[in-house]
Write a protein that binds this ligand. Structure first.
Ligand code: UDP
Length: 563
């Protein structure tokens, strides 16, 4: 097992067990054993051999072919082993309910999870408060309290708190919400507008749509859809926030509508969840499956099945910080297996990220992973039973007896991709040479595949590396053959349409959603961002996040920060 210096540092700071003096007391190998052994204990519940499964789990994890989300790596085997990365909590319109949710959120943060909230049930600013005769301060004011609380608690005592704040586009305070990041950092929040089909229709017809007071159901006023849309674009152009979630598209694919409507996602947007629901994620490292110029589908099938079982087991051994979440997660048993190392995989195959072969392969691979994880979930259902809320679900209607209401999600893999030393999620490379600071140490990362190509193809030299360091990309570096330049195109050299297309092909075979940042050059015009949002809607995406290079951001959760 070989780790980069950067991976070793991340592991030491955040993942490896420490004693009371703060000294690291396990090796990465021991950590992977701890995770595999702990999760495999669940097998005993089903009268299976846990040590046999512990070995299988260890094998896929220690070879960096599969890694579960960070909380599973950090917390497995600890007294309060909370293994899920993603949570959504409801926010009801009363002081008591708001602060109950804040308390639950604090417990989730402390356990290492990230939480999403939809603030749309809160009455708007200036509305009546009968109990005190006062006036309401509105959703944005409460978001600020949640943000402050996250500042102080920090996730798992280590990483900064990650939250998603959502407001429906028809809430009367929508403008204040859309603009908030222009004026306040709210640094523990990503924000997204929940856009409806009705809003999009009004936008296309250049029509008005109603803003509705959630307390009374009254139409407060009608506004031009375009006016709000332009504000969303303006703020996104300036700060990257808000993103958009297409809430009706999300609910069209809600596998358990009889249990509730989905109203929010987790912090990075890839996991739509019901109120009080959680999800455990894990990612397959696609860079490990290229053998002699093609994909080793046999090994992929094996690993997808082992990983699916690992994630299902993880639910049974998770200690949930909030009882309502335990009930809901064990009712639907959502898991989210995804991929990372996609850009690496393409380079190994010699296919540029924006080539039509890349889109075709993305579809083939994700279809395969989706099918195999559904098969694995069906096999588990035969022995362990279907998920308890199965009756009345979309799976029930399709006659598919499955153990998990969802099995696939594409996560950002911000940290686990560093541990596995692969490119993150399905993103293209952001830069081919860059520096990253982790606590006191600065790391220089130069794309390992590029160095390899340069040496083999004879364009490696000190001057080449110096130029690469300065530019970060191959653009304008004379020594590099055109073919290599195409193969190593970075995020800003790929068009927004191509970024969206990649997100769309992966989404097609993903039960939950896909984490993707549409990275844009600084010069990008506002109108172009509007067009990107509309294209995302028309392509059937569940959500969209853009980031214009050089725009101000108070949020550190963007994948592009890590890569
Ligand atoms: N997450 C979080 N805090 C963080 C990073 C991630 O709460 O600092 C949660 C959040 O729900 C996010 C999910 O973990 O959407 C997956 O993020 P990522 O894949 O980057 O996590 P990793 O497992 O690589 O740490």
């Amino acid at each position: 097992m070989v780790f980069t210096d950067r991976a070793k540092t991340v592991l030491e700071i955040r993942y490896l067990l420490k004693n009371e003096k703060g000294e690291v007391i396990e090796t990465p190998e021991q950590m992977f054993h701890r995770v595999a052994n702990y999760v495999a204990q669940a097998e005993e519940l089903y009268k299976e051999n846990s040590s046999e499964w512990a070995e299988k789990f260890y094998e896929v994890i220690s070879s960096s072919r599969f890694l579960p989300n960070s909380p599973a790596l950090m917390n497995a085997g600890k007294p309060k082993a909370q293994l899920a990365a993603c949570f959504v909590l409801p926010v009801e319109d009363s002081i008591e309910a708001i602060f109950k949710t804040l308390k639950d959120a604090a417990l989730i943060l402390q356990s290492g999870g990230g939480t999403g909230f939809n603030f749309s049930r809160l009455r708007p600013k200036g509305d009546v408060v009968r109990s005190t005769g006062g006036i309401a301060s509105g959703p944005v004011s409460f978001m600020k309290i949640f943000d402050k609380a996250s500042d102080i608690i920090k996730q798992g005592g280590a990483r900064r708190g990650a939250n998603m704040g959502i407001l429906r586009v028809d809430h009367p305070d929508i403008l204040e919400f859309v603009r908030v990041k222009r004026f306040e950092s709210l640094s523990n929040f990503n924000i997204s507008v929940a856009v409806t089909d009705a809003f999009m229709e009004a936008l296309f017809k250049d029509d008005y749509y109603p803003l509705i007071n959630p307390r009374s159901g009254e139409v407060v006023k009608k506004v031009k859809a375009k006016e709000i849309f332009n504000e969303i674009v303006e703020s996104a152009w300036e700060t990257g926030d808000p993103g958009i979630i297409f809430i009706d598209t999300i609910n069209k694919y809600n596998p358990t509508p009889h249990i509730g409507q989905i109203e929010s996602t987790n912090p990075c947007g890839e996991q739509p969840l019901l109120p009080y629901e959680a999800c455990i994620l894990g990612s397959i490292n696609l860079s490990k499956y290229v053998k002699d110029g093609s994909i080793d589908f046999q090994m992929l099938e094996h690993d997808v099945k082992v990983a699916t079982r690992f994630l299902d087991d993880a639910i049974d051994v998770t200690h949930y910080p909030v009882p309502e979440v335990e009930r809901m997660h064990k009712g639907n048993r959502k898991i989210g297996l995804g991929v990372m190392g996609w850009a690496d995989c393409l380079v190994e195959l010699g296919i540029p990220y924006n080539h039509k072969k890349a889109f075709a392969l993305a579809e083939t691979l994700m279809k395969f992973i989706s099918e195999k994880s559904h098969e694995a979930s069906q096999e588990l259902a035969q022995k362990r039973g279907v998920f308890p809320n199965f009756k009345g679900s979309l799976w029930d209607k399709r006659g598919i007896m499955i153990r998990n209401a969802t099995t696939t999600t594409i996560a950002p893999t911000g940290t686990i991709s560093i541990i596995a030393d692969c490119s993150s999620g399905i993103e293209p490379y952001f830069l081919l040479a860059y520096k990253q600071r982790i606590l006191d140490t600065e790391f220089e990362i130069i794309n390992k595949y590029l160095i390899d190509f340069a040496q083999k193809q004879g364009f490696y030299s000190e001057e080449f590396i110096d130029e690469l360091r300065k530019k970060g990309t191959l653009r304008g570096i004379k020594a590099v053959p055109l073919k290599i330049k195409r193969l190593f195109k970075t995020a800003l050299e790929i068009t927004p349409q191509e970024h969206i297309e990649m997100q769309a092909v992966f989404q097609k075979y993903t039960d939950n959603a896909v984490s993707k940042t549409i990275n844009l050059p600084q010069r990008t015009k506002k109108e172009e961002i509007g067009k990107i949002f509309i294209l995302a809607y028309k392509k059937g995406l569940k959500g969209i996040t853009i980031f214009r290079y050089g725009s101000k951001t108070g949020t550190l959760l963007r994948v592009s920060d890590a890569h």
